[in-house]
Write a protein that binds this ligand. Structure first.
Ligand code: GRF
Length: 188
């Protein structure tokens, strides 16, 4: 049984989509824990709805202290895989060394195009005709780790930003659920 933790800082729609998918895969894996660094993040409400423990671990002093606190919880819960879902901090090499090729991120662009915090905004502002979603292993860079899967979606001529983003979010749920299935089946 693989034990999954999700880390999220905000809305948590990807986290919830993963939690839902995990119910289908429950003979092979469980989402046992969600960690957030933001005490007001909406992901906390979503976890309540699904009876998944959501631990709030705020950054109170320096980064290494914060990561130590997170690592100690991950060890306590015997976590095998960590899925970042809108987690807005860069994890240090010291942290990542504890989970080699076991930390995954979802990014809303066709990496290496438009890395960073505003994938949708940047791609839309650049007037791309196609954007996409990338699932990748996390390394010490910003959205630079080895790509696991990537799929594109079209920007239609009359798209508002929110049409464009909604199309991308739906693709995000699909690809992250697929990733969870790959983990369950030992494909990655
Ligand atoms: C998503 O667009 C994800 O790709 C990015 O942050 C956003 C999180 O959205 N890393 P949500 O919190 O899952 O709704």
């Amino acid at each position: 049984m693989k034990r999954i933790a999700i880390m999220a800082s905000g809305n948590g729609s990807n986290a919830e989509s993963l939690i839902t998918k995990a119910q289908e895969l429950e003979t092979k894996l469980n989402v046992v824990l969600v960690i957030t660094d933001q005490p007001k993040a909406y992901v906390i409400e979503r976890c309540k709805k699904h009876y998944i423990p959501c631990l709030i671990i705020e950054k109170k002093s320096d980064k290494s202290e914060h990561e130590k606190n997170i690592l100690s919880v991950l060890k306590d819960f015997k976590i095998d895989w960590i899925l970042l879902a809108g987690y807005m901090r860069i994890l240090s090499p010291t942290f990542l060394k504890q989970y080699p090729k076991r930390v995954i991120n979802i990014h809303p662009s066709l990496l290496p195009a438009f890395p960073g915090k505003s994938g949708y905004e940047d791609a839309f502002a650049a007037n791309v005709t196609k954007s996409g979603v990338t699932i990748h292993y996390v390394d010490e860079g910003i959205d630079t780790g080895e790509i696991i899967m990537q799929e594109s979606f079209n920007r239609m001529k009359d798209d508002t930003f929110s049409d464009f983003k909604n199309r991308g979010m739906n693709l995000e749920y699909k690809l992250y659920q697929q990733t969870l299935e790959w983990i369950a089946n030992g494909k990655i």
